[in-house]
Design a protein around this ligand. Structure first.
Ligand SMILES: [Zn+2]
Length: 309
């Protein structure tokens, strides 16, 4: 009997030891963090509304500094006074994103549901005809939205919609159809006419936030929006635009992206398929995804399965 127990104990201990080697105990709750492409932790979106003729000046400056933008256009206004023509739209925004801003620029919160749908779908259709690619996002005219408008545009192929509710922080979007940007370009300078003290304060605050972004160490999205027509007129506001572009451009730590580019990347990250033990991951998307687990960075090539250790 003693022999049997001894044998059993020996058998169990061998098997327990073996189990330890073959089957490490999985740790649950391991945070899997997203990094931006090339393992970067900062992203920049520059987004401009309306399709004013001054976009020609703006896009030229952006191209000179290697910056990428998302441009929200009102298709029914194109070709009218102060707006770009459809022919100009076709060529000007190459390498940037053309996105929706409704056909006629009404405040959507005072429209009927069918009119909201008409404004968004008609804009999409015409911009798609001009650009030759699916237009998948928009910004709200005047930044106006509410739950009724969000419900109306759901299912229309609009994957993101930007408000003007500035957050003054670098957080990632939580609701794509109520996307809040970081800050208006140059804050609220010129919002109050002839108030130079306010302008100075706002400009200082804008550059303070820009500097915080350049120095932040955690995952950060800097989303700046505006209108090219704001920099026309008296004084040389374009010099200020160029000054900002100089500060923010050609920085190896920043991922420069269109808005839809970031949406696609986040979706690719969210679609990663992990094994139960989180030691294997499959990336089914066409984008290479960069992640961090327990402080260690990994590159998951498009369409591959990778061992994570
Ligand atoms: Zn607008």
């Amino acid at each position: 009997m003693k022999k049997v127990i001894l044998f059993l104990a020996l058998f169990l201990s061998i098997n327990l030891a073996k189990a330890k080697v073959d089957r490490p105990i999985a740790i649950t709750g391991t945070p899997i963090e997203m990094l931006f492409p090339q393992g970067k932790s900062k992203a920049l979106i520059l987004s401009f509304d309306d399709g004013n003729v001054a976009d020609k000046h703006l896009v030229k400056l952006m191209n000179d500094y290697g910056l990428i933008g998302t441009f929200h256009l009102n298709s029914n206004k194109l070709g009218t006074k102060d707006y770009l023509t459809k022919e100009e739209v076709k060529n000007l925004y190459k390498g940037h994103e053309v996105s929706g801003h409704t056909a006629n620029h009404p405040g959507l919160t005072s429209l009927s549901k069918i009119d909201v749908i008409y404004e968004v779908v008609e804009d999409r259709k015409e911009l798609e005809r001009i650009t030759g690619y699916p237009v998948r996002g928009m910004s709200y005219p005047f930044g106006n939205t509410n739950d009724f408008v969000v419900e109306a545009i759901t299912g229309l192929g609009i994957e993101y919609a930007r408000t003007v509710g500035d957050t003054y922080n670098f957080s990632m979007p939580t609701e794509y159809l109520k996307w809040q940007p970081t800050i208006h370009l140059f804050g609220k300078t010129n919002y109050i006419p002839n108030d130079t003290a306010n302008d100075r304060r706002e400009l200082k605050n804008f550059y303070q936030i820009t500097s915080e972004f350049l120095n932040v160490k955690t995952l950060a999205l800097f989303y700046v929006w505006g209108h090219s027509w704001e920099y026309e007129g008296p004084g040389n506001k374009w010099a200020e635009v160029e000054k900002f572009f100089k500060i923010i451009s050609r920085n190896p730590d920043i991922y420069y992206t269109t808005q839809i580019g970031l949406v696609d990347y986040i979706n690719a990250f969210k679609n990663l398929k992990f094994s139960v033990d989180k030691d294997l991951v499959t990336n089914l998307s066409s984008l290479t995804v960069f992640i961090k687990i327990n402080g260690k960075a990994f590159t998951i090539e498009a369409g591959t399965t990778k061992q994570l250790n």
